[in-house]
Design a protein around this ligand. Structure first.
Ligand code: ADP
Ligand code: MG
Length: 702
């Protein structure tokens, strides 16, 4: 019954009709009764008290005043025509003014009578004034009526809707009777024990109070209830998926730590592991002994030592007779992993191979054979790894670098290659805030490396304005004299491509002038170059034939040149925080002190200034990601758009971290006690799942 009510098309609501319905659909995306009820007010206006005229000042939001009309007159002509009136109470006098509907209101206003005035206070000639106040004749009866003395909803609307009488008030006139009539059809969807535990308001009450709160406290409780509900159901879905996966997919058990691991650990590993690295290794070790497929996300800043952890986990897999692979999003990255791992394991220790789009056919065939007969233990590559032709004899452990470039489907494809799926470790160097991780990767276990290897010198970052450019050149020369290399990065963003290209060209010219040949050599790399030329220029820099590399953001991913110790970012104010952080991560890879110089013009937006200040203040990727979230909101953080899970209506991952933790914990507890959600007390949750399977979005009303 109730589902039908709320799915009713909006044109059937009394007072809507076909043309208004069309507008509601087009302008606000309101198609059904349900959509209307979920068009929550964006704020409420306080009509719970009257302000005295003496208190009224332009800093206040909308206020309500009770005062007697003393005078009214129409002034001006035609365009300047206006109605001006005076009101007074026992504390002072205030002027009211209307520029529209003058004639009509003039008739309505009666000097000597008391009015309830409601509007945004202003001032005129230093005296309090209100323009176009809502004006209502006072009588003891009006005071009792609904609408006064409450928090009144303000709904967002549009110019077009307003023309059809659907301003905030007009929308309210639709919502109010709908709620009056159908509140009983809004069924509870959280178990009673959850409501009790978190002292949550009932669902129907929450909807009513979202629109027409009894008081401010009830409004807050309604908001809390609906936020909780929203977060709860996301977590329910994620954790249910995880549970299903655990039930469905067995996992290989890595019983022993054998020769490969021990040999590497005792004789090849050139440094002490950090505590964070050890902790993550322990977590992975535990995961891989339980007989359940591991799905773990490993977060850690660039240079925090994720690759080593991945390699050591892989060695354990190999010790237990399995093959392993690393999948990277680009050829450059795959190549780099290959080089890193080759150099870590040394010669003659273990079979490692690289497979990318550019691997020659002949090589490829050999590779396939060695994979199938189990000889090859570590395969590193790109998407090429998930081609059907690539068959492992016994794939046991998969490392995926940079999660959000691979879809879930692609991941699944990898583990369809075995009866028992391999353990999966997803690595990302783009730290994301905890709340986001919990929602985006809520069905994965999360490990964090939050500690850099000892002895690393933190990159020193400064922010220079244009007038400090000479100083920057001086610094560059000084570092080049010491034998260091330098990146200079320019933004290249689609919308203003031409201008950017010009900037880049001007920049290059200045550099050439400032750093003349033959003393200085400059590499230039930008996105518009053929890959071959790019590679050539890159190689010159790698071989230290050039000291400066001028580039657009193409170097963001992948390059590892320890001798490059200075990163200069031009127009730094135009980059996002995570991009700045990624770019800065290109330096600080060697033993030398590294530097990052952020160049900007004097014209900085407020957010731009915060971004640059943040970069100067901290090197910590997690801290930076939190600030990024505050600045941009969850919808704009990389990797969130496609997921849909952050498409939240009431809750906000930026501010509702505590509530999210509660909701997650609550769901976890429920699944511990009742994994199938079969207990009578959890029946409502079963219903929610069924509703979802019927094709309905379950965080909605019906
Ligand atoms: P990530 O993959 O997280 O960016 P890497 O694993 O590539 O980091 O490590 C970055 C560099 O630091 C590599 O040269 C690596 O050999 C080195 N490294 C890793 N762990 C340690 C450690 N515990 N102590 C010293 N150096 C380390
Ligand atoms: Mg790495």
């Amino acid at each position: 019954m109730n589902r039908l009510v709320f799915q009713t098309p909006i044109e059937y609501l009394k007072g809507v009709g076909v043309s208004r319905a069309d507008l509601l659909k087009k302008e606000l995306g309101i198609f059904t009764f349900e959509d209307l009820l979920r068009h929550f007010p964006y704020k409420h206006i306080d009509r719970t008290r009257f302000y005295k005229i003496r208190e009224v000042n332009p800093d206040l939001p909308y206020v309500q005043v009770l005062a007697r009309l003393t005078n009214k007159e129409i002034l001006g002509e035609k365009h300047t025509k206006r109605l001006v009136a005076q009101v007074q109470d026992d504390t002072g006098v205030m002027e009211l003014v209307w520029f529209q509907g003058v004639r009509w209101i003039e008739k309505y206003l009666q000097p000597g009578k008391v009015y309830i005035l409601f509007g945004k206070p202003g001032s005129f000639n230093g005296k309090p004034q209100m323009a176009h106040p809502e004006t209502e004749l006072y009588s003891p009866a009006t005071m009792k009526q609904k609408g006064n003395m409450t928090l009144q909803p303000a709904y967002s609307s549009t110019e077009k809707l307003k023309q059809f009488g659907l301003d905030s008030k007009g929308i309210q006139k639709l919502t109010e009777p709908l709620l009056d009539q159908h509140a009983k059809d809004i069924h509870e969807n959280l178990p009673m024990h959850v409501l009790n535990q978190f002292r949550l308001m009932g669902r129907a009450d929450a909807y009513r109070n979202m629109h027409f709160p009894e008081d401010a406290n009830m409004l807050n409780e309604a908001i809390r209830r609906l936020k909780f509900e929203e977060l709860f159901f996301i977590q329910l879905k994620l954790l249910k998926n995880k549970l299903l996966r655990i039930q469905k997919f067995k996992g290989h058990v890595f019983e022993t730590v054998g020769d490969y691991f021990n040999e590497f650990f005792h004789h090849k590993l050139p440094f002490e592991l950090t505590n964070a690295q050890k902790k993550v290794l322990r977590e992975i070790r535990q995961d891989t002994q339980r007989g359940v497929q591991m799905n773990r996300l490993l977060q850690g800043d660039v240079g925090s030592g994720k690759t080593v952890v991945a390699l050591m986990s892989m060695l354990i897999a190999i010790d237990n007779g399995f093959q392993t692979c690393i999948m990277a999003p680009t050829e450059i990255l795959a190549n780099q992993h290959y080089q890193t791992i080759k150099s870590l394991v040394g010669d003659g220790f273990i079979e490692v191979a690289l497979l990318t789009g550019s691997t020659k056919k002949k090589e490829r065939n050999v590779l396939h054979e060695r994979l199938e007969n189990g000889e090859l233990k570590i395969l590193i590559g790109t998407h090429a790894l998930i081609e059907d032709k690539v068959q492992f004899q016994n794939l046991g452990f998969v490392v995926i670098d940079e999660q959000h470039r691979f879809g879930v489907e692609q991941r699944a494809k990898l583990w369809r290659k075995n009866n028992i799926p391999p353990h999966v470790l997803v690595m990302t160097a783009t730290p994301i805030p905890r709340t986001l991780a919990m929602t985006l990767y809520g069905d994965l276990d999360v490990s964090v490396i939050d500690e850099l290897p000892a002895g690393r010198k933190p990159i020193q970052t400064v922010h220079y304005y244009e007038n400090q450019r000479l100083r920057m050149f001086g610094f560059m020369k000084q570092e080049i004299d010491k034998g260091r290399q330098i990146y200079v990065v320019y933004p290249l963003i689609q919308e203003s491509e031409k201008l950017d290209l010009k900037n880049l060209e001007d920049g290059i010219e200045t550099m050439r002038h400032e750093f003349p040949m033959p003393e200085y050599q400059i590499s230039i790399v930008h996105g518009k170059m053929p890959p071959k030329d790019k590679d050539f220029e890159m190689q010159r820099f790698v071989k230290h034939e050039t000291q400066i590399m001028v580039a657009t953001t193409v170097i963001e991913v992948g390059v590892n040149i320890p001798n490059a110790s200075v990163m200069i970012i031009e127009n730094a104010e135009r980059f996002g925080l995570s991009q700045l952080h990624q770019l800065r991560g290109r330096v600080g890879r060697g033993a030398e002190q590294s530097f990052c110089i952020l160049m900007s013009s004097h014209k900085l937006s407020y957010d731009g200034k915060i971004r640059l200040d943040t970069m100067v203040k901290t090197n910590n990727g997690f801290e930076i990601s939190e600030i990024d979230l505050q600045l941009r909101g969850p919808g704009n953080i990389e990797g969130t758009q496609q997921s849909g899970v952050v498409d939240l209506k009431v809750a906000d991952l930026t501010t509702d971290q505590a509530l999210l933790l509660q909701a997650r914990k609550c769901v976890e507890d429920i699944f511990v006690k009742d994994p199938a959600l079969a207990h009578p007390e959890n029946q409502v949750l079963q219903l929610a799942f069924q509703a979802k399977n019927a094709g309905l979005s379950w965080d909605k009303i019906s």
